[in-house]
Structures are given as structure tokens and as C-alpha cells.
Design a protein around this ligand. Structure first.
Ligand SMILES: [Zn+2]
Length: 588
């Protein structure tokens, strides 16, 4: 992809893949490589490796791999030119004026930055409305009542959208055209009359920033009884609600440091927890947690305490989030706050009424999700068979999602004990459900790598690395047709072609012409610990391949003989057999 001499090529030469990847994944030195937890699949022990000299990464678990650009493209979900720019910026390489981007891309990027700018202006506008208007005064009183003083208001950029219906529109209209205004989600179009009006009216506004701290959307709470109580920005070119976690931009450091996250439902909760000095909190902003949000979180920690609202919607949301988190192999605890008086307590209310210390204490004691779910199941009527069945069916989906078999089995025992069920019967039900679900279990990546014999692996490695005799070796392999019919034939073919060109052989370029499973195997081999290759070793590998070829031929000849061919043909076959057997005997 990176043509020699191009800007991309220059960036690639200068970029340090370990440093770039290290910004997303915690890497540890391990032998000549660096390893960490794969950001592309859920795992507890690291199978993701970065090779500092070959400048490639590879995951032994899910099989992804490539160069620094591929990594950034996957991580940031961006196109190649954007990845070049990001890598260049990270490595302090000056980016030339944008002439090498395609016109469409340039247009999209431009549009995105205009939308971000518009959000910045809207933010300033909302803040001014809160500070300096009569309506804003009422909003401030409400906020104060909720325990949010001046400090908190400015810390979290809280603002106010006035009731007029077109205040923001009038503010932005002179600078932006109608199409952009509607695209930003800040302004809506009246379906029948086609008129434009403000999306947020008579609402307290909370800026929602993406991971890097740019405001990309707003959440807004009604000041009066307007419905809905909470209204968010719609999906726009810069905002997708399943990709953003509220407060993530400020929580990052604390998440890394403390290695766990508190997951709450709404921005008011996140603000309350953060205000109490607990910074490792994020909000899903909406009741259900989406998979991209979990992936985002997983880049910082894999341990979560879910602290959703205790109402029914919150419970359902907790349970749905649990399933997803379990599937992604997170370690999950659940904090269900006790009611205050007869009021159910969300984190916001609880901290206001009971204080930070009490909250921290409960946080520390938050039970593992298993106990939470069993407690929920026990609230069902367990006196009848029907009730017990309902309780088991409630728990079943969670049990099935646990990737670890031993853990799953421990669960079964606990459920049986706690719900006073007959354990063998329960286990039978679990395994039956498991087998019925088999159809939708995601298939494991095939372990194709294991199929290649050591000799093949060694030769592949030499072709990729032995600068001194690569060309000789490639000629040998090709002239004797030594790799035909091997599991690794395509990898050999690509490497031999690259070697015969006389140019340096780059793993990523060879990988680019291969099918995914072959590329995967190639990278795996390149990451193996290995000695300096020598010509003698190469020759002994070649001999081994020759013998294997002879063995294959011999087997073919034997099959033909057994098929009772006519006499003249048979004589030829027998001669051939003799010769092959002599060759093999000599080799031993
Ligand atoms: Zn992986």
C-alpha cells in the first residue's frame, strides 16, 4: 500500500509501531517482541504481539495482523489516508497539505470538522444562556437543588437551551447553511411546514465528548415536565451513540490507574460520581450498552462495576449489559444501591443523601454478578415447579454466555444450592440448552497454523529473513518444485516471487497478496523465536522436503500398482517404485 518514496512510505519508515500500538494497548516486552491483550477480541491472557523490527503486529488468538497503518485503520475505523495522517501526527512527522486525499474524503473530513466547530459554538451559546439569562437563572436554581454548584457547572460544561424554539438556530444561521444545520442534529426540520427549529428547547444541556475530548453531541434534560425527560442528539456524521461513553475523555487515566470502571446510566449519575472524586466512571447514555462501547472500555480496563438505576428499566438494562460484558470476558460486579427511605436510589441521589464515603464502601463490597443474578432469581416464587423453571430460565442465558467451562460448571453448583434445585437435573437442562444454542456460537478461528510442519515453517522464516542466501534458496525451491502440494504452498509461492525480484522482502507486502488464513500463518511464523538461519540448515530443510516429496510420490505409485494396471504400464511403475525407495533409503 505504501509506495516507495511516497509520504505513506516515509511515515512507515519513521513510525515506531511499538509506540503507536502502545497508545492503545498496554504492551510488555517479551523476548524480542512486545505482547499485550488483543484490542480486537476479548481475552484475559495476552496473545497479541508486536514485532519491533519487522514493524508488524499479530494476534495468535483471533488472527488479525498487519502493519502500523492497518492497526490504526482497524482501531480508529478510518480509511488508509486518515491512518497515515494519524500515525504521522503521533510520531511528530509534518503532514503535507492535504493534496493527496481523494476529493470525497477531503469533503467528508471538512464536513466533520465543521460539525465539530458548530458543536463548540453551540456549547458556548448554551453556557452563556445558563449564566446570563432569566430563563437560565431558573435552570441554575434547579441545578443547585440537585447539588450542582458553580464549580460543577463549569467543570462539566453544563448549559441551557432556551425555550424560544429558534434561539440557537438564529445564532448559527449566519455562518452555516441549512443542510449542515440539520446534519448537525442541533436543528430539526418541521416535517409538514419544512421550517427549521432548535432540537433542544427549555432543557439543561450536557456536552457529550468523544474519547479525545471533542464535543460531538449533547444530552439534554427537560427543565419542566416536557417529554421526554432526557433527549439526546441524533446519530450524525460525528456522533454514534453506540461508540461513545459519556465522561470517557476524562476517565481514561483513572481507568488505567485503577483498572476498573464504574458504569452508570446517565450523565447526571456520572457527574455525581465524578464530583465525589471517583473519576473512573463512565455512562452509557441510554439504557442499553452497545458492543462498540464495551470494546472502547476494554481498551482501558476489563473490570466493571455496573451501577444502573434500581428501577425496572435499570434492572433490565443491567441484565442486558451483563450478558454483553460476560460475552466479552469482562470481570463484572453489580452495585445495587439500597433505597433511601422509600425512594429507589440512583448514584446521583444516593451520593447526595448518603455521601461519598458510604458510596465508596458499597462500591468496594459490590458482589460479583453471579450473586446479583441469583438474588434476582430468588425473588421469584420458588415454591412451585413452574416458578423454579422460570428462575432457571432467567439464569440460563447468562450461564451460556460464560466462555469459561470451569466457571460455568461452578455456576451450576451455586445455582442449584441457592435455588434448592436438584443439581443433576439442572446440569442436564444447562447442557441441553448449550447444545441447542451451538448453531449461533461464534466459530473459533481455525488453527490453521498448526498444520504446517516445522521444516516448512523454518524455510518460510529463512525466505523472509536470510538476506545472505535468500535468492539462492528461492531458486532451489522453485526449480525442484519442492513446495507444490504443501499446505503452505501459497505462502512459499509469494515469498519465492518476492525473493526472486532481488528486492528486500517485506512481511506486510507478502502478507497483502495472501489470503487471510495464509497471511495469518506467515505472521505467526515470523513471530516465533528463532536462531540466525544458516545455509547448512537451509540445505537440510530442503533435503527433508525432497524426502517428503519422494514419500508422496511413492504412495501415489503404490496406489497405481494396486489398481492392477496393464503389463507395460506396471513395469514402469515398479521401476519407479524401486528408484524412489533407493532414494529414500539413501537419505536415511
Ligand atoms: Zn485478537
Amino acid at each position: 500500500m505504501a509506495e516507495a518514496g511516497s509520504f505513506a512510505d516515509r511515515v512507515k519508515q519513521q513510525a515506531d509501531i511499538v509506540r503507536v500500538v502502545g497508545e492503545y494497548v498496554r504492551l510488555k516486552k517479551s523476548g524480542q517482541n512486545f505482547t499485550g491483550l488483543c484490542p480486537f477480541h476479548a481475552e484475559k491472557s495476552p496473545s497479541f504481539a508486536v514485532h519491533p523490527t519487522k514493524q508488524i503486529y499479530h494476534c495468535f488468538g483471533c488472527g488479525v495482523g498487519g502493519d502500523v497503518f492497518k492497526f490504526v485503520m482497524e482501531m480508529e475505523k478510518c480509511a488508509f489516508p486518515e491512518a497515515i495522517r494519524i500515525v504521522a501526527e503521533k510520531c511528530g512527522i509534518a503532514v503535507p497539505r492535504q493534496k493527496e486525499r481523494s476529493p470525497e474524503e477531503r469533503k467528508e473530513n471538512q464536513q466533520r470538522s465543521v460539525l465539530v466547530e458548530m458543536h463548540r459554538e453551540a456549547q458556548t451559546f448554551f453556557v452563556k444562556q445558563l449564566e446570563g439569562t432569566l430563563e437560565g437563572k431558573a435552570a441554575r436554581a434547579y441545578l443547585e437543588d440537585r447539588g450542582l454548584d458553580k464549580d460543577a457547572i463549569s467543570q462539566f460544561g453544563i448549559g441551557y437551551a432556551p425555550s424560544g424554539g429558534d434561539a440557537l438556530l438564529r445564532h448559527l444561521k449566519s455562518k452555516y447553511n441549512e443542510k449542515l444545520l440539520v446534519e448537525s442534529g442541533l436543528v430539526s426540520r418541521d416535517q409538514s411546514a419544512g421550517r427549521l427549529f432548535d432540537r433542544f428547547r427549555r432543557r439543561i444541556t450536557f456536552p457529550i465528548a468523544n474519547e479525545s475530548g471533542k464535543i460531538v453531541a449533547f444530552g439534554a434534560r427537560a427543565l419542566g415536565d416536557d417529554m421526554p425527560k432526557y433527549l439526546n442528539s441524533p446519530e450524525t456524521p460525528i456522533y454514534s451513540k453506540s461508540n461513545v461513553l459519556y465522561h470517557m475523555d476524562r476517565a481514561k487515566d483513572a481507568l488505567r490507574r485503577q483498572d476498573f470502571a464504574i458504569l452508570v446510566e446517565g450523565y447526571m449519575d456520572a457527574i455525581a460520581v465524578a464530583r465525589a472524586g471517583i473519576s473512573n466512571v463512565v455512562a452509557s447514555c441510554g439504557t442499553s450498552l452497545a458492543e462498540p462501547q464495551i470494546k472502547l472500555l476494554g481498551r482501558f480496563t476489563r473490570r466493571v462495576v455496573v451501577n444502573y438505576d434500581p428501577d425496572n428499566a435499570g434492572q433490565t438494562a443491567t441484565e442486558r449489559s451483563l450478558s454483553l460484558l460476560l460475552e466479552q470476558d469482562f470481570e463484572v460486579r453489580v452495585l445495587a444501591l439500597p433505597p433511601i427511605g422509600n425512594k429507589k436510589a440512583d448514584p446521583d441521589l444516593f451520593i447526595r443523601e448518603r455521601g461519598k464515603d458510604e458510596y465508596l464502601k458499597l462500591l468496594k463490597e459490590a458482589p460479583p454478578y453471579v450473586d446479583y443474578l441469583i438474588a434476582r432469581a430468588r425473588q421469584m416464587d420458588l415454591t412451585t415447579g413452574e416458578g423454579k423453571l422460570r428462575a432457571v430460565n432467567f439464569l440460563l442465558p447468562y450461564v451460556q454466555r460464560i466462555p469459561n467451562r470451569i466457571l460455568r460448571s461452578e455456576w451450576a453448583t451455586r445455582i442449584a444450592q441457592q435455588l434448592r434445585l436438584d443439581e443433576p437435573v439442572l446440569r442436564a437442562a444447562l447442557s441441553k440448552a448449550a447444545s441447542e444454542r451451538r448453531g449461533e456460537v461464534k466459530t473459533q478461528p481455525e488453527l490453521v497454523g498448526r498444520a504446517a510442519k516445522p521444516v516448512e515453517r523454518r524455510l518460510i522464516r529463512m525466505l523472509a529473513e536470510a538476506e545472505g542466501f535468500r535468492l539462492e534458496l528461492a531458486k532451489h525451491l522453485q526449480n525442484a518444485h519442492l513446495y507444490h502440494g504443501l499446505e503452505t504452498e501459497k505462502i512459499f509461492a509469494a515469498l519465492v516471487i518476492a525473493s526472486l525480484s532481488g528486492q528486500p522482502v517485506l512481511a506486510t507486502e507478502v502478507g497483502a497478496v495472501l489470503e487471510d488464513r495464509d497471511r495469518r500463518l506467515l505472521f505467526e511464523i515470523l513471530f516465533e523465536e528463532a536462531n540466525e538461519p544458516t545455509w547448512e540448515e537451509a540445505m537440510s530443510c530442503i533435503e527433508a522436503l525432497q524426502n517428503r516429496q519422494a514419500e508422496r510420490e511413492l504412495a501415489d505409485v503404490q496406489r497405481s500398482i494396486e489398481a492392477n494396471p496393464a503389463a507395460p504400464e506396471l513395469r514402469g511403475l515398479l521401476e519407479k517404485k524401486q528408484e524412489l525407495m533407493r532414494r529414500l533409503a539413501a537419505a536415511r
